[in-house]
Design a protein around this ligand. Structure first.
Ligand code: UDP
Length: 319
């Protein structure tokens, strides 16, 4: 299979490409502009004759036409990611997430090539009615609270994808990722596990935002990429939306304790008010836990790695 991966040098993109290249019959074309992606994530792949990398932007229509022309399916992962990055790059984030996805959908629709659109658990907003299933209502704050631009831009991506499926017959599958973590994830754009692990390994305070009672469920990147590939390969996923994550939640203060224990760190766990971390205009989510019954039923999805496995792999990576 000839696959295109956008956002190739990103944390998830690079793991996905490695997995795709394990199959000798696969060839991977890949694009990244290195805005948040890291060259080091794909440097070991560049000598592989079945890997074809192009530096560039998904906003470059000419480039995207060339790349999509080469391929049979498209994994569209390129996006502005990380709460911190989004809060600091407001216009760029909205543009990349909406215009970039529209380019991918418009061009793939000409050849009716299957495309996987990666959306986000941010879609559900601050709903307290968890676990969230794909039909759950979205509850968002006002546009003056800047975090919600990400949720809204991803929702537009989903609307666009469904519109291309219905009006143009484009085979498209949408997946909402819930807190993917693992080796190569960096903490600079938010991303709590690599941040806590680095703080713990350096003996610095482990910084829990707010009261630490917020709930998240983390999935190992290897489980996540397995899910992405199965969603792409299964014909029953066309025109559908799937949560992809772990159904096991943990509070952020408990997470800090587990990281401290597994690193055998002497770091203190400290609590920092949100206003000190982000400028005005931030609102955190209390709950973010997926109902994964739809994806389990459709492709037999079940995460294999536990939270401790994820943290141990991140510790090993940063050591
Ligand atoms: N968080 C934290 N300390 C940090 C970074 C993040 O307590 O140094 C919190 C953050 O406020 C959020 C949770 O950890 O409640 C998960 O943050 P992340 O950015 O990883 O993901 P998201 O907020 O998108 O779920």
């Amino acid at each position: 299979m000839k696959c295109l991966v956008t956002g190739a040098a990103g944390f998830i993109g690079s793991h996905l490409i490695e997995r795709l290249l394990c199959e000798n019959s696969n060839q991977v074309w890949a694009v990244d502009d290195f805005s948040t992606g890291n060259k080091g994530n794909i440097s070991n792949l560049l000598n592989n004759p079945r890997f074809h990398f192009q530096q560039g932007s998904i906003l470059d229509k000419g480039l995207m036409e060339e790349l999509i022309d080469e391929c049979e399916v498209v994994y569209h992962l390129a996006a502005a990611v990380g709460v911190k990055y989004i809060m600091e790059n407001l216009i760029k984030s909205i543009k990349i997430n909406i215009e970039g996805t529209e380019n991918v959908l418009e061009i793939t629709s000409k050849g009716k090539k299957k495309v996987l659109i990666t959306s986000s658990s941010e879609i559900y907003g601050k709903s307290e009615n968890y676990p969230f299933n794909e039909q759950s209502d979205r509850i968002l704050g006002p546009p003056t609270k800047l975090r919600w631009s990400y949720s809204s831009s991803k929702a537009i991506d989903e609307f666009l994808a469904i519109a291309y499926y219905k009006e143009r017959g484009l085979p498209v599958v949408i997946t909402r990722l819930f807190n993917v973590s693992g080796p190569r994830q960096v903490g600079v754009y938010g991303m709590v596990i690599p941040r806590f692990v680095k703080q713990a390994l350096r003996g610095e305070p482990i910084t829990v935002h707010g009261d630490g009672k917020q709930l998240r469920s983390f999935i190992h990147v290897e489980d996540a990429v397995g899910g992405l590939i199965s969603l792409m390969e299964n014909k029953n996923t066309n025109g559908e939306i799937f949560n992809l994550g772990s159904p096991q939640p943990v509070t952020i203060s408990k997470l800090a304790e587990i990281v401290k224990r597994l690193t055998q760190s002497t770091s203190n766990i400290v609590y920092i008010p949100y206003l000190q971390v982000y400028s005005d205009g931030f609102e955190d989510l209390k709950y973010r836990v997926p109902d994964i019954s739809k994806i389990s039923k459709t492709i037999g999805f079940k995460p294999k790695k536990s939270l401790e496995d994820i943290i141990k792999d991140v510790i090993e990576y940063y050591r």
